[in-house]
Design a protein around this ligand. Structure first.
Ligand code: ZN
Ligand code: ZN
Length: 342
């Protein structure tokens, strides 16, 4: 089999390796498509604090169960599957209060252990999630970004009929927008400065406003009756977007900081807005197995698959993985680049 090995920072090689054999409690997935995420590029560049080389990157994928050495009976060889992307310790307080995403000893796929940029992936059998057999492989490969959206929208507490502002119309902003619409948001407004991304978001039926434009406040006011947004998601981790998002919060509103600024970065905050308007500012970290089970159910239902299909911008064979990584980095019109490992 082949795997894409990060041999040193900014250096990948497609190398031969034996197909892994599952030990007790483990399984092997034959990967079909794997998506390139911004965090993979972060690891690739050597900027992730806990990643070490050599490493197989990647955490967005779907595949087929190839081998299993476990007592699980709900899943069999040949089933279409994905694997949850964190490995929690199951012993710490976070793990035992349903918040495995905050595990004190968490290991992250494609960062702290080998990920999905491979033809055969070794995983813990109890982190596998099954798809219906007829689900499109390229849509199934989007299950992890959809899981991010499930987790973030759940954490925002969004209720039907509320209005949503999303700071940043990149792939995560769009997929959160899709999830907010699905969850009953009345208006979803995306804030974006890049013209290409503005065009794509409008194409997908979203209201988009440029925060540097004169009509930004008017567009927001039209969506909210001038009262501000009940739920706000900030994706860009840029100060100006952060400030805009805080300013647009409704009284009692909730803002989620989704984007991760570089370590040590400090933000200026209009604290009086938070105090006098009783707003909540919440963080988000990874997601849980249950968030991914939910995302897989949504994909199985097919209800969002037409919208999700719009996120697949390009597919590269594994031999051209380097070109895929470069494209994902440089092309703003690209939402998700998939690598074909079949
Ligand atoms: Zn990702
Ligand atoms: Zn734990």
């Amino acid at each position: 089999m082949k795997k894409l090995l990060l041999t040193d920072w900014k250096k990948v090689e497609l190398v031969d390796a034996p197909i892994p054999e599952p030990g007790p409690g483990e399984a092997v997935v034959r990967i079909k498509y794997a998506g390139v995420c911004g965090s993979d590029l972060h690891v690739f560049d050597g900027k992730h604090p806990s990643a070490t080389v050599p490493l197989v990157m990647g955490h967005e994928a779907c595949g087929e169960l190839y081998a299993i050495n476990d007592e699980r009976t709900d899943i069999k060889i040949g089933d279409k599957v994905c694997a949850h992307t964190i490995r929690p310790c199951r012993s710490c307080e976070a793990c035992n209060t349903g918040r495995e995403n905050l595990c004190a000893n968490v290991k992250i796929m494609g960062t702290n252990f080998d990920g999905v940029f491979t033809q055969y992936l070794l995983v813990e059998a109890n982190r596998l999630i099954k798809f219906d057999p007829d689900v499109d492989d390229k849509i199934a490969a989007l299950v992890e970004p959809l899981t991010v959206a499930v987790h973030d929208v759940r954490r925002s507490g969004l209720r039907p009929g509320e209005n949503v502002l999303i700071g940043g119309a990149g792939p995560i902003g769009l997929i959160i927008g899709i999830m907010c619409r699905f969850s009953g948001a009345a208006h979803v407004v995306l804030s974006e400065i890049d013209q290409t991304r503005i065009g794509i978001a409008r194409d997908m039926g979203f209201t988009v406003a440029d925060p540097t434009g004169e009509d930004f406040d008017a567009i927001c006011a039209a969506a909210t009756g001038g009262e501000g947004f009940e739920r706000v998601f900030e994706i860009t981790s840029v100060q100006s977007s952060f400030s805009t998002c805080v300013r647009q919060l409704k009284k009692g509103g909730v803002m989620l900081q989704v984007g991760m600024p570089p370590a040590g970065k400090q933000f200026e905050l209009d604290i009086n807005k938070i105090i006098y308007s009783e707003c909540d500012l919440r963080g988000v970290r990874h997601h849980t197995m249950n968030d991914m089970q939910t995302a897989a159910k949504i994909i199985n239902s097919g209800v969002l698959n037409d919208q999700l299909a719009r996120l697949v911008s390009a597919v590269y064979p594994m031999e051209e993985s380097m070109a895929a990584l470069e494209r994902a980095r440089s092309d703003k019109s690209v939402l998700r680049v998939l690598i074909d490992f079949t």
